[in-house]
Design a protein around this ligand. Structure first.
Ligand SMILES: [Zn+2]
Ligand SMILES: [Zn+2]
Length: 417
């Protein structure tokens, strides 16, 4: 077959072929298992939302909204956007469906595709996959630690080492005001030397200047939010750290860590892995006590995080994943093929993964296929077997071959022992 098709997947997207899909399934199974151990409940949400949802919740001044969203108009002229992150949709669902009526505390998780127009680079795609969790209704630092631990457990289970946890507190709107005032004062004279983005941020979202990669050196010695925490925020951060200590979770305090999104309060954290090079972030999150009220709900505390699964994939040990069926059926002639087909369906009904050749290729080709599929067992049926009312059952691992009556029930019994 020619491979000269002019069609290729679009830049920033990826195809996941069968062997790799096995790895994805494993990761997703681990995520689900862990999330359920933590009693997070799965939610799924639409691929696109009204653009205003992200404008409002993610924030007009963020890079995501300013330059990374895939936004388009539908035929009715409504502006829609492919979801660039999960939290706005989870909060929308929470409000729209009145989930607050179901209990004061709600714990959600998701595994979803997200879309951002970033410059594609290693492990960064324009369509990418994230898992995340949100705890809505709890203001407790215990919930923040629970979130952090759930992510670390997943990394652990995937045998991904060297994930570092950076934490910080960016305070609440009350104490942040004092920080912003001092910070702006500090920046005033330096502003003309800072990058264009920081000049814009100065007016819109000055806190973000703290994590500008370009201007890092120029703002050395700048005041940081944690110097200005009110008693409540201080206490919250202490409890967060104490509980991490209690669980023996190591962390670094990075007093310049601020998340890129406008609605974060108090706890912020990120997971980094130095093996990823300069773009070392695996995921992160924090508390967003202001968002739900801001979106029109009751004053409701919340926190959450998201982790890029594509990034995690880069950190997984290379293991060769093999396709595999339990049983492959090889037949010698047309009548045997009919018998084989019955057994095929019987075995599938009995819960085995099972396949045969639908094209009646040569016996040699069928054995080759059994091999390619890493079949644990091969059932062989020819004229002789048919006449004797048996099948040959070959255990491929042991190389042993047995004759079994040509009855699905008997075969199943043999496969199970
Ligand atoms: Zn505060
Ligand atoms: Zn800058």
């Amino acid at each position: 077959m020619s491979s000269k098709s002019k069609f290729k997947n679009v830049k920033g997207t990826r195809d996941i072929l069968p062997e790799e899909a096995i790895r994805w399934q494993k990761i997703e199974n681990i995520i689900r298992k862990k999330m359920e151990q933590y009693n997070f409940q799965e939610v799924r949400f639409p691929t696109f939302e009204a653009t205003d949802l992200f404008r409002k919740s993610t924030g007009e001044s963020t890079d995501i909204v300013r330059k990374e969203m895939f936004t388009f108009e539908d035929m009715g002229g409504r502006s829609l956007t492919l979801k660039p992150e999960g939290t706005p949709s989870v909060v929308r669902m929470f409000l729209q469906h009145g989930l607050f009526n179901k209990g004061a505390l709600q714990k959600f998780y998701y595994i979803e595709r997200m879309f951002r127009q970033e410059r594609p680079q290693k492990g960064r795609y324009r369509e990418f996959r994230q898992f995340g969790a949100e705890v809505i209704g709890s203001s407790s630092a215990e919930s923040d630690v629970e979130l952090v631990k759930s992510a670390l457990d997943i990394f652990n289970e995937l045998d991904i080492k060297d994930v570092e946890l950076n934490i910080n507190s960016i305070g609440c709107p009350r104490c942040r005001k004092n920080f912003i005032k001092e910070f702006k004062g500090f920046l005033k004279e330096k502003l003309s030397g800072l990058c264009e983005d920081c000049n814009r941020r100065y007016a819109e979202n000055p806190m973000r200047i703290l994590d500008c990669k370009r201007d890092k050196k120029k703002i050395k010695g700048a005041p940081v939010p944690s110097d200005f925490l009110c008693d409540e925020c201080k206490e919250h951060f202490e409890e967060f750290k104490n509980r991490l200590d209690f669980l023996n979770i190591k962390f670094n305090i990075d007093n310049r860590l601020v998340r890129g999104l406008d609605y974060y309060t108090k706890t912020v954290f990120e997971f980094v892995n130095s093996n990823l090079g300069s773009q070392n972030e695996v995921g992160g999150g924090g508390r967003y006590d202001e968002l739900i009220k801001f979106m029109g709900g009751e004053d409701t505390p919340a926190s959450g995080y998201a982790v890029g699964i594509d990034r995690l994939m880069l950190l997984l040990k290379e293991e060769e994943e093999k396709l595999g069926v339990d049983v492959y059926i090889v037949t010698f002639d047309e009548e045997s093929d009919a018998e084989g087909w019955k057994i095929l369906n019987g075995l599938r009904d009995a819960g085995f993964s099972c396949d045969k050749d639908p094209m009646r290729r040569t016996v040699k080709a069928q054995f080759r296929e059994a091999d390619r599929q890493n079949a644990k067992w091969v059932i062989i049926i020819g004229e002789d077997e048919r006449k004797r009312g048996i099948v040959q059952l070959k255990n491929m691992g042991k190389g042993e071959q047995k004759e079994i009556p040509m009855k699905t029930g008997k075969i199943v019994k043999e496969l199970k022992c």
